[in-house]
Design a protein around this ligand. Sequence first.
Ligand code: FES
Ligand code: FES
Length: 167
Amino acid sequence: MAEALLSLRINGESVHAAAPAHWTLLEVLRYRLDLIGSKQGCDKGDCGACTVQVDGEPVLACLTLACAAAGREVRTVEGLGWSPEASNGCHPLQDAFDRWDAAQCGFCTPGILMSAEALLRKVGRVVTRDEVREALAGNLCRCTGYTKIIDAVVDASEMLAAPRDET
Ligand code: FES
Ligand code: FES
């Protein structure tokens, strides 16, 4: 099968990959670039496990052609630990998920983190539980019952809103 050369921006870096022209962004991330944090669940837009950000907006990588992401900024869960808000390679959302035990099998977690991060960045203040529910409406979790996920996202927004101790 003929492959096309793709030039992409992923987590702030320029990368190149050869892949069939019909491949999705999710396939290129996982099977050409070894970025396997974004999960392949339903592969048809139902579960949200593949959620990444393109130009800061959450998108379903399983429904996005890789060629459509060329020239845009793609961010995956692997890039969260490198964001300015991160500390010791850990974004406040990741820290909160850990403290609240918000992941069980963890399959949904990368997609949820990317949807939640987009919400917190857009809102820029402590979020309400309803805002979190709405932002995560497209991310399914079969394990947790969502309560701890919502707790963790609200907690992370409080951490981000708190003044930083620079000492
Ligand atoms: S794998 Fe993309 S929505 Fe389920
Ligand atoms: S923790 Fe298992 S699907 Fe969400």
